[in-house]
Design a protein around this ligand. Structure first.
Ligand code: ADE
Length: 255
């Protein structure tokens, strides 16, 4: 993959700072109120950026990665709220497909259909999906999280045997922080594993520019009445180190 230029995006500075520190030959560029860090990760040309939250921020950021930095592949790493009851805090979801749960142009279009694109679901790239799934499975099976997060810290978040699942991810401009909202989404989109605020926007832009992408999300909260407390504490103490380990392992699998 040495001719590749891989873009890595995250919506929170906590998730991206550690990844920026993995870069060698680092340079910084500011475009559209964002700092893009270029460099090499395991000898592969890489651009890392913190997008900020939401679909517009994510779409603007990935457009710059594609048009200015000419990325050939995109990896989004971040956190999500669990919708599936199979998921616990600290588990990881590698997305298969993404949907924008707040897109609703009825009665002109079907609910969730992206107007004039004729698409509702965006498929992640099959090759990146396999690489990410293997890398994350490997990382969890070999307890690599313990290399950077203490057992005490993991226990504090109830993270015992974190697992990886592959499936559908929903994105929209809404933070889910109550049981009613979660159940409503689960009823409307029963295949959804987790919810976040950027993935399907990144997916739409990557689809439009034909750039292969993958979305990887660590569960920070259960998208329920406890989210207002669980989310910030996970972000403050754990999520950055998860992202670093996920990215490190993916790049090991790419080489
Ligand atoms: N990202 C992480 N947790 C989330 C939640 N509960 N709702 C939306 N996006 C999230």
């Amino acid at each position: 993959m040495s001719t590749y230029i891989i873009g890595i995006m995250g919506a929170m500075p906590e998730e991206i700072t550690g990844v920026v520190n993995l870069l060698t030959d680092k340079q910084e560029y500011t475009i559209g109120m964002r700092t893009f860090y270029t460099g090499k990760l395991n000898n592969i040309n890489t651009v890392v950026v913190f997008s900020r939250w939401g679909k517009v921020a994510a779409a603007a950021t990935v457009s710059t990665l594609i048009l200015e930095f000419k990325i050939t592949h995109l990896i989004f790493t971040g956190v999500a709220g669990a919708i599936s009851t199979q998921l616990n805090i600290g588990d990881i979801v590698v997305a298969n497909r993404c949907i924008q749960h707040d897109m609703d142009a009825r009665p002109i279009m079907e609910r969730y259909e992206i107007p004039l694109l004729g698409k509702t679901w965006f498929d992640c790239d099959a090759q990146l999906h396999t690489i990410a799934l293997n890398a994350v499975s490997d990382m969890l099976a070999n307890n690599r999280l313990h290399e950077i997060i203490t057992t005490d810290e993991l226990q504090r978040f109830g993270i015992e045997t974190p697992k990886v699942l592959s499936g559908d991810v929903a994105s929209g401009d809404k933070f889910f922080a109550n049981d009613a909202g979660k159940h409503h989404l689960a009823e409307k989109l029963p295949s959804i594993l987790c919810v976040e605020m950027e993935g399907a926007a990144v997916a739409q832009v990557c689809y439009e520019y034909n750039v292969p992408f993958i979305i990887i999300r660590t569960i920070s909260d259960a998208a329920d009445d406890h989210s207002a407390i669980d989310f910030p504490s996970f972000i403050n103490s754990i999520s950055g180190r998860y992202s670093v380990q996920v990215i490190r392992n993916i790049f090991k699998h790419i080489n």
